[in-house]
Design a protein around this ligand. Structure first.
Ligand code: ACO
Length: 435
């Protein structure tokens, strides 16, 4: 018998099965053969929230949550953050290799020349209610791009896929900036092709009457590094949604809107906005012990703490602390930093957090930096969605060309009633129901 098998004895029947183990994984479909009789559907695996289920094979991002390791295509995040531009890392994540200078120049040119939005998209955005949340405007507008590019549903055509990839990476900052300016009632600023990806984004956000916008180089680089840190994170909630929606061969614009919707939630990318609200609520260092006690009593969560995969430290959080120093050197220190540092210190000494392996995640400090650069909290998740678009598209592309993938369709354990008879409405007894 091969040593790389799992022997399963079904005590209901006494039958024994050898199930192959490959890459530390057994195939769920190998359990379907385990039946009590011909009417039995076969054994299924129950895994709510996919705590222990691999849904794909992927060569994009490697995470070792226990050791705090994050690599894109095998390159440590620390080296990429130190040495590369965001579009260089985007090329790596999408195509698997770092570009040469010639390849990078061509890639940057291509992205730069897809940043404009169709004028109808601008008009579409103008109709959003004043004060709409920029993240929901971004999500809705990306979904609306599916009407501008109906041919994008040709997802099996590699040339079409690449075109949509370029458009989406290029247009996300344009839409994000327009969402921001719309929420302030400012006129939209068109892209400037002479600027880098992050400088142009800053130009579209903050240019007022000056003829040419000049971004602060330290802040532009800080934003670039933050974009690199957020570019991909393997099968997180948003990327899983991207793959699931994409698996039905829906338009990539709709799949990106779906993934961004998943990201917007406070347990995922929306946590960065919640961290700032939490620090506002805490107000002073003296309030921290009482706040931590209320977390331990289960009244609330410590936002920006904990991670499904990282159980030691989040390497992105470590890098973000360094960026914070550089940014605060230009902008002056965010007054909430002291509260954040004290909150972290107290939490990391507390058995509640130690025993549950709860550490600051990427979102704990990113909001403080964004706020110091000049972003309102409502923009924080938008700033996450722009770079994560690269990861979503890489995951989508990998899924589309993977012959093992099909339309995503989990099973369920049915727990409801069966075979009830409809009683005429006049004869029904009222039953108390809850949502
Ligand atoms: N504050 C207080 N307690 C927490 C926190 C927290 N931030 N996170 C987890 N716990 C507790 C849980 O209550 C649970 O305790 P219990 O065993 O007594 O029931 C235990 O730690 C394990 O937590 P789970 O919820 O099982 O962990 P899971 O992997 O499902 O959740 C998550 C991960 C969603 C990130 C969670 O830690 C959380 O809600 N954190 C706050 C929100 C946040 O910062 N999200 C951003 C994550 S990073 C990102 O998505 C980009």
């Amino acid at each position: 018998m091969s040593s790389s098998t799992l022997t399963v004895t079904d005590n209901r029947t006494g039958k024994t099965y050898d199930v192959p183990i490959e890459d530390g994984t057994v195939r769920a479909m190998d359990f379907r053969q385990m039946k009590t009789g011909t009417d039995d559907f076969g054994l299924m695996l129950y895994d709510p929230a996919f705590m222990n289920t691999a849904s794909c094979r992927s060569s994009i991002t490697y995470i070792d949550g226990d050791r705090g390791i994050l690599e894109y295509r095998g390159y440590p995040i620390e080296q990429l953050a130190e040495n590369c531009t965001f579009l260089e890392v985007a090329y790596l994540i999408l195509f698997g290799e770092l570009p040469t200078q010639t390849q990078l120049d061509h890639w940057v040119y291509e992205i730069t020349h897809h940043t404009m939005l169709h004028e109808t998209t601008k008009k579409f955005m103008e109709s959003f209610r004043y004060g709409s949340h920029p993240m929901t405007m971004l999500i809705s507008t990306v979904a609306a791009l599916s009407t501008v590019y109906p041919c994008a549903t040709n997802v099996h055509d590699p040339a079409s896929r690449l075109l949509q990839i370029k458009r989406l990476i290029a247009k996300m900052p344009s839409i994000a900036a327009m969402s921001y300016r719309h929420s302030l009632g400012f006129p939209y600023v068109y892209p400037d092709n002479e600027l880098s990806y992050t400088e142009n984004f800053m130009n579209m956000l903050w240019k007022m009457v000056e003829p040419k916008y000049a971004a602060n180089p330290v802040l532009a680089r800080a934003l670039e590094v933050l974009f690199i840190l957020h570019a991909d994170h393997e099968q997180n909630c948003g990327s899983s949604v991207m793959r699931a929606v994409g698996s039905s061969l829906a338009s990539p614009y709709l799949a990106i809107a779906s993934a961004a919707s998943a990201l917007s939630g406070p347990l995922h990318g929306g946590a960065n906005e919640e961290v700032i609200r939490m620090l506002d609520e805490i107000d002073s260092k003296a309030d921290i012990p009482a706040y931590v006690e209320s977390v331990k009593r289960g009244k609330r969560k410590l936002m920006g703490f904990g991670h499904r995969v990282y159980k030691n430290f989040d390497p992105r959080a470590t890098l973000i602390k360094k960026i914070a120093e550089q940014v605060f050197g230009v902008t002056g220190q965010n007054p909430k930093l002291e509260i954040a540092l004290e909150l972290e210190r107290i939490a990391l000494q507390d058995d509640y957090f130690i025993s549950r392996k709860l550490y600051p995640n990427v979102d704990f400090y990113s909001g403080l930096i964004y706020q110091a650069i000049g972003f309102k909290p409502e923009m924080f998740t938008v700033l996450f969605a722009i770079p994560r678009t690269v990861g979503w598209l890489a995951q989508w592309q990998e899924m589309i060309v993977d012959p093992a993938q099909k339309i995503a369709r989990p099973r369920q354990i049915y727990t409801g009633s069966r075979q009830r008879q409809v009683v005429p409405i006049a004869e029904r007894d009222a039953v108390e129901v809850t949502a």
